[in-house]
Design a protein around this ligand. Structure first.
Ligand code: CTP
Length: 401
């Protein structure tokens, strides 16, 4: 998503209300303005100060407050998107009937914005014919239902009815309002960092979490592209292809596994984005058993050999019209020197674009934000962005559209 949206997050009274805090946080981090409308029941589960601190806005809950501003319709009218998480069986029933006996009901009824519901309830309630009919009715009217998932419910039981995780709710909700400018495009994205085993318990790896690559995959899928995400040791949960449309996720670990998966997926791709941090070397041999100090003594010398350069192979195998994008994470902090390194690298790799960013002990890896400069083969700067990894993802994909 590129623009700042006015998002209303409705919270209703279920134990999953505490997870709504995560939904709000992700939306705020992505640069959106979030107005929270909570029911009285929701506020029994999660405190107003928490919601106000995270949303950075006052929380609305009372139908009879702000009457002079006609708040019961104003919030809904101003919304670009409404997400209700959790949506209880009771709220779903009220929405299906068009009831407006509280501020959230009024807000939704008075809004033309797309509505996304993340149901949370016990299995029996979800499977009750009343709820089944209400959900069918809401779907018929164009409401997006995210989840529910299966898993531990309140108490000791588990099953269908658990609210899906905040990142999936946010991704599915933003997908509803994203511009569909990448429809029909097939995009392969690699994310994370490869690991090269030394023995059955140790590896050589890097600090890439995969967050930036995942953000690109989610935004591309939201914009209508058919996305293949190849994750190498992702440090955060990979998005579930069950809730995110147009997304296929596969997992690899070593550079040679990443090479095989990427080269195969690239065959019919329009765009390949190599956001993964690839180990340049691997141990020449992998020990069958755990390496022991008794046999090694005070020093251990590892013999490493070069890994294949996947990006270069992709560029060499490029079909007509296929776009290849590389990343270069450099510790260089001087802008001119960073660009100089990038210009040499984009030519060496044969990529169409190179996304440059500075990484260090505290920058770039595993953080929520990123700062990038994109150059083309000629070395010209074609884009620059600083912000959340999802806003940076949007800027990179803007180059394609
Ligand atoms: N890359 C790759 N295969 C490798 C190494 C890197 O495909 N064996 C890709 C990365 O995914 C990234 C780009 O190449 O998109 C640049 O990675 P980087 O590590 O910066 O490049 P290197 O060629 O390894 O250069 P350096 O010597 O600076 O590490």
């Amino acid at each position: 998503m590129s623009d700042r949206l006015n998002v209303v997050v409705g919270i209703t009274g279920g134990i999953a209300a505490y997870k709504a805090v995560g939904v709000i946080r992700l939306l705020v981090l992505a640069g959106h303005d979030v107005q929270v409308v909570a029911t009285d029941a929701a506020l029994r589960f999660v405190g107003k100060p928490t919601l106000e601190a995270i949303s950075r806005n006052p929380v609305h809950s009372d139908l009879y407050e702000g009457v002079s501003e006609v708040r019961h319709v104003a919030i809904g009218q101003a919304a670009d998107l409404i997400v209700v998480a959790p949506a209880t069986a009771n709220t779903i029933a009220k929405l299906a009937a068009g009831l407006a006996d509280d501020l959230l009901g009024n807000t939704i009824l008075a809004s033309r914005a797309p509505l996304v519901l993340a149901p949370a309830m016990h299995t029996e309630m979800w499977q009750n014919p009343a709820t089944v009919a209400n959900i069918a009715e809401l779907r018929e009217r164009g409401v997006t239902i995210v989840g529910p998932g299966s898993g531990q419910l309140t108490g000791t039981d588990s099953g269908l009815g658990r609210m899906v995780e905040p990142d999936e709710i946010v991704a599915a909700a933003l997908a509803v309002v994203a511009p569909k400018d990448l429809v029909g495009k097939r995009i392969v994205i690699t994310a994370g960092g490869t690991r090269e085993p030394l023995d059955p318990v140790r590896f050589i790896g890097n600090r890439s979490s995969g967050k930036q690559g995942i953000a690109i995959a989610l935004d591309a899928a939201a914009r209508g592209a058919e996305v293949v995400l190849i994750g190498a040791n992702l440090e955060i949960a990979a998005p579930a292809s069950t809730t995110i449309q147009h997304l296929t996720v596969s997992h690899v670990s070593t550079t040679s596994e990443l090479e095989a998966a990427t080269m195969a997926a690239a065959v019919d791709a329009d765009v390949v984005i190599m956001a993964a941090a690839v180990a340049d070397y691997r141990p020449q041999s992998v020990a069958e058993n755990k390496i022991k100090k008794e046999t090694q003594g005070d020093r251990l010398t590892l013999e490493l050999v070069r890994n294949p350069d996947i990006l270069r192979q992709l560029s060499e195998a490029r079909r007509d019209g296929q776009i290849i994008i590389g990343f270069a994470a450099e510790t260089e902090t001087n802008r001119e020197k960073l660009l100089e390194t990038g210009r040499a690298k984009v030519v060496r790799k044969g990529a169409d674009f190179l996304v440059l960013n500075t990484v260090g002990w505290t920058e770039g890896f595993a953080t929520e934000t990123n700062s990038i400069i994109v150059i083309n083969t000629a070395g010209d700067i074609v884009s620059e962005a600083t912000g959340s990894k999802s806003s940076v993802a949007a800027r990179i994909l803007d180059l394609l559209s």
